[in-house]
Design a protein around this ligand. Sequence first.
Ligand SMILES: Cc1ncc(C[n+]2csc(CCOP(=O)(O)OP(=O)(O)O)c2C)c(N)n1
Length: 273
Amino acid sequence: MNIDKSIFLEKARLIRRKVVETSYNSKIPHLGSCLSCVDLLVYIYWFVLKIQIEKVDDPNRDIFILSKGHGAPALFQVLAEKGFFEEKLLDTFGKSGSFFHEHPPKPGYINGVEAATGSLGHGLPMALGMALAKKIKGLSSSCFVLLSDGECNEGSIWEAAMLAASLKLDNLYAFVDYNKWQATGRSQEIMALEPLAEKWKSFGWEVDEIDGHDFNSIDNAYKKIKTQLNKPKIIICHTIKGKGISFMEDDNNWHYRVPNEQELKNALYELEN
Ligand SMILES: Cc1ncc(C[n+]2csc(CCOP(=O)(O)OP(=O)(O)O)c2C)c(N)n1
């Protein structure tokens, strides 16, 4: 089946615009972190997940967990755009009493949010448990998780990596948003991750490594690893923190900074042109 790349580009640009506006309005940070994973979220939600929004509690739905929970502003925009809830609810983002905040809350408060994340290192273990439950129940659906590179410093990631391979969980898929930065510095300098692909391979995972902003590369990698049986799968996606806005790209100040009025205007201008 041929899939329409223009949907990917159009949605990614729209989500980026909304994420920047939300950060400006709410003064909530992690803009660089959100922008680096927008393309992956769009690919996963528009082209991979099998979820009927009118049946979000269907036991045989696919599950997505945003393990890098600080990317929640991007996830919320994607969920709204997919119709999981009224977009208007996002006007409460960051406000007292709202469930739309810096990180996803526990399930039951926002349609489509499957796990509370934000404490890094927990999304993969949770997805593993859900993937195992699907196998035990004989369900055909899968679990997907988005990790960040700094998050791969967490021991819980590697414990889950070992167990998932040992359980042959071929219904578990991970994507790494490998933007090479953490909160305060370069990932490789803080705790060397490389050779990352070889590490996952040696833990028993099916691995591919691609440009995480290129639709065709993501699509080809996903279609290829999908055919692999008896192994969990991971796609290491090389990304750029702040992707899409020239003055934010690869500038880790945008981990914590929020745009001022002029920067907002400049960013929106770039996303229009
Ligand atoms: C267990 C844990 N420790 C520390 C933090 C604080 N924290 C939030 S974002 C972040 C940096 C994460 O870097 P990375 O995982 O590479 O994600 P990026 O923002 O670069 O996409 C940290 C340390 C956290 N959320 N969880």
